[in-house]
Design a protein around this ligand. Structure first.
Ligand SMILES: *[C@@H]1O[C@H](CO)[C@@H](O)[C@H](O)[C@H]1NC(C)=O
Ligand SMILES: *[C@@H]1O[C@H](CO)[C@@H](O)[C@H](O)[C@H]1NC(C)=O
Ligand SMILES: *[C@@H]1O[C@H](CO)[C@@H](O)[C@H](O)[C@H]1NC(C)=O
Length: 216
């Protein structure tokens, strides 16, 4: 993969400089696709023999025929075309065709298949992979986070830490009760402020006393 990437960086400017020279192709998955070694840069001459190298660095010679690849001869050149019988993701990458003239290598050229990504018939087909990646990423991110929170919540606390925690809890409850009825002054505790305003205070000294109710 790394060598493929380096290769890609090195050859990427080529199609920019030679507008007429195409080496990288995108195609749909599960279809047949074929490369020709001949182009304006190679210019095959009669009798030259072509060999192919796959992205897995397997060398395919004349007459090769397996479940993935078929090497095809043209009238003038042996092994001129490489047929990929059924395009899959693991068959994408850089292919090299090597041209032999009378037994010695004259030239080689690269052909790219679905280097960036294959063609898709619709957007859903294309994004399903990204969605899977996103879900996995989220899980990978959330699991350690939740674990960390759990470890923090159920961590071992010293006596002082527990006392401090309880103290803070008590102060918080005190603050709440001061806002919604002071329990220390025997005032009834109300959850709701409007209810508190309407209600008659037991000893009549509350700041929220309703004067009408008191007069009765
Ligand atoms: C190779 O390609 C060139 C132009 O692209 C063409 O003129 C020539 O006939 C081709 N040779 C063979 C053997 O196909
Ligand atoms: C390639 O092999 C398959 C069986 O493995 C055969 O059916 C097919 O005809 C062969 N193709 C060529 C061009 O030899
Ligand atoms: C190919 O090589 C052989 C010997 O190595 C030589 O006799 C022959 O002339 C060469 N043919 C061409 C077309 O270069």
């Amino acid at each position: 993969m790394l060598t493929q990437l380096i290769f890609l960086v090195l050859v990427l400017p080529l199609p920019v400089r030679c507008q007429t020279y195409t080496w990288a192709y995108s195609t749909y998955l599960d279809v047949e696709f074929s490369f020709s070694c001949n182009d304006t840069r190679i210019l095959l001459t009669n009798g030259e023999i072509v060999k192919w190298k796959t992205p897995q660095h397997k060398e395919l010679k004349q007459g090769h025929n397996d479940s993935d690849y078929l090497v095809v001869d043209s009238i003038t050149n042996t092994g001129q075309d490489l047929v990929i019988k059924r395009v899959r993701n693991d068959l994408s990458g850089i292919y090299v065709c090597m041209v032999y003239n009378n037994g010695s290598l004259r030239k080689s050229a690269i052909r790219g298949l679905n280097i960036y990504k294959p063609l898709y018939h619709n957007l859903g087909e294309m994004y399903i992979e990204n969605v899977i990646v996103a879900v996995i990423t989220a899980v990978v991110f959330l699991v350690p986070l939740i674990t960390m929170c759990a470890i923090y919540k159920f961590r071992y606390m010293t006596k002082e830490e527990k006392t401090r925690k309880n103290e803070m809890k008590r102060k918080y409850q005190e603050m709440i009760s001061q806002h919604y009825g002071n329990t220390h002054n025997n005032h009834p505790h109300y959850d709701d402020l409007s209810e508190m305003v309407k209600a008659k205070d037991i000893d009549g000294s509350g700041g929220y006393d309703n004067p009408v109710v008191t007069a009765l």
